[in-house]
Design a protein around this ligand. Structure first.
Ligand code: FAD
Length: 190
């Protein structure tokens, strides 16, 4: 019942009806969105317009119509250890969109969580010290990324000049901008 986010995103595992996501960083939010995305035969554009209240026919004033929240296909809890607001560390200009979307889809976003155990009853946690059991059938881990450096030592041993960049350098708080910056500098220095 426990898997990592790659298993879910790449389709090796399918989450059940009730899911706890451990880690509410950017990846946790993406996984939350993925798991609450309804597949109901409408096109993505139709779904998007309905969910955000966009009227492409301009029949209503301002091109807006009442938004219709999606019925999420599963119950999702998005958890973090930090006691700050869930999603506080997301990008300034887009973070509100991601928080709003998950709220619209009924995702329970919980801060101040300590993880105690996982068993057949679900995920045992404390929330600001209060014990609670989330009766989930799937736990997706979106925390504790480790850099993958399998090629680094063999290349060095073979005498190939090698520089660690991006996720292989630092995997915590994944940051594409830093990876691009590092890669560009290495390339420019060749
Ligand atoms: C779900 C998710 C959401 C994210 N959202 C954001 C975001 O919103 N903003 C942000 O800034 N960052 C985000 N990130 C992080 C961002 O994707 C990474 O920081 C960035 O991709 C790191 O770049 P990289 O070049 O180090 O690694 P990667 O982009 O992973 O590239 C490594 C490449 O090397 C290839 N490779 C691996 N082994 C070999 C081999 N032996 N031979 C040849 N090729 C190989 C891989 O196939 C891959 O294409 C997110 C990450 C995930 C997983």
């Amino acid at each position: 019942m426990v898997c990592n986010y790659l298993d879910i995103i790449e389709g090796r595992k399918t989450a059940g009806q009730s899911v706890a996501i451990i880690g509410a960083g950017g990846i946790g939010f993406d996984v939350g969105e993925f798991l609450t995305h309804a597949h109901d035969g409408r096109s993505e554009a139709e779904r998007f317009d309905a969910e955000w209240g966009i009227d492409r026919s301009y029949a209503s004033r301002g091109g807006l119509k009442p938004a219709v929240d999606e019925d999420a296909p599963r119950r999702v809890y998005l958890l973090q250890r930090k006691s700050s607001k869930v999603g506080d560390g997301l990008a300034k200009t887009t973070g509100w969109i991601r928080r709003t979307l998950l709220k619209k889809r009924g995702v329970a976003m919980i801060a101040g969580v300590d993880y105690k155990a996982i068993d057949d009853a679900g995920l045992h946690i404390t929330i600001n010290g209060e014990p609670k059991t989330l009766a989930v059938d799937t736990v997706v881990v979106c925390a504790g990324q480790e850099p993958r450096r399998d090629l680094f030592a063999p290349l060095q041993a073979a005498g190939v000049p090698v520089t660690l960049i991006g996720g292989a350098d630092v995997a915590a708080e994944l940051d594409a901008k830093r990876a691009i910056d590092q890669g560009t500098r290495v390339a420019a220095g060749l």
